[in-house]
Design a protein around this ligand. Structure first.
Ligand code: IMP
Length: 211
């Protein structure tokens, strides 16, 4: 049996970019979202070997600490020609200073070293694993992806992380050149474009009720 989210929900992230996106996604459902940062919760170590495992670790740690249902996301960029890197290490590739220009430059250097110059050789996808955990260990989890190609140089200043280098399939602009409404492509305007929006649509089906 799926369990519905009601009332207060802890958003288990310390990343302001993600927190803003999560709040935007949850707003239509009347969920009162409070962040792990605001509650002063510690960030657990992400020791999992998959996006799904890391989302679970974060959601369960926050649910136990806050004694409230908690929602966590683990996400990243998977580059085919780099055997899936940076993958679950996407945040780490930017280093402690969150230097995503540096991380995108590193990816580009590796792609050039492998002779990956055509769009087909530069395939990549974002993955979003979402997990809602309750203090009694019940969990609900979903995963989704957004497919596209990597462009160089990066384009646009919107969004965060690797957005300026990622052009989703069927579009001529990168996520960095899109408004957040376009990037997510949520209903009723769209059917989910970003990995996070797609995962969220799946989660909403099983755990949320529109107001
Ligand atoms: P984590 O999920 O906190 O481990 O971090 C995932 C990392 O993947 C983020 O810091 C970003 O670098 C990258 N990432 C995840 N989702 C997106 C996105 O929608 N746009 C750009 N970068 C993303």
């Amino acid at each position: 049996m799926h369990r519905r989210i009601t009332g207060q929900l802890v958003i288990a992230t310390h990343n302001p970019g993600k927190l803003a996106e999560m709040r935007e996604l949850l707003a239509p459902y009347g969920i009162e979202a409070v962040s792990a940062g605001e509650l002063g919760l510690d960030e657990p170590e992400e020791t999992g070997t998959s996006f799904r495992a890391n989302a679970q670790i974060k959601a369960l740690a926050a649910a136990k600490a806050a004694q409230l249902p908690a929602f966590a996301d683990d996400s990243g960029l998977v580059v085919d020609a780099l055997d899936g890197a940076p993958g679950i290490y996407s945040a780490r590739w930017a280093g402690p200073n969150k230097d995503f220009t540096g991380a995108m430059t590193r990816i580009e250097r590796l792609l050039q070293e492998r002779g990956a110059t055509t769009p087909e050789q530069r395939r990549a996808h974002f993955v979003s694993a979402l997990c809602v955990a309750w203090p009694d260990d019940h969990i609900e989890e979903v995963e989704a992806r957004a497919d596209g190609t990597l462009v160089w140089p990066p384009r646009g200043t919107a969004g965060f992380g690797y957005d300026p280098s990622f052009m989703p399939d069927g579009h001529t602009r990168t996520f960095g050149e899109m408004t957040s409404i376009e990037k997510h492509g949520l209903p009723p305007l769209g059917l989910g474009l970003s990995h996070r929006a797609r995962a969220f649509v799946k989660l909403a089906e099983i755990c949320l009720e529109p107001r």
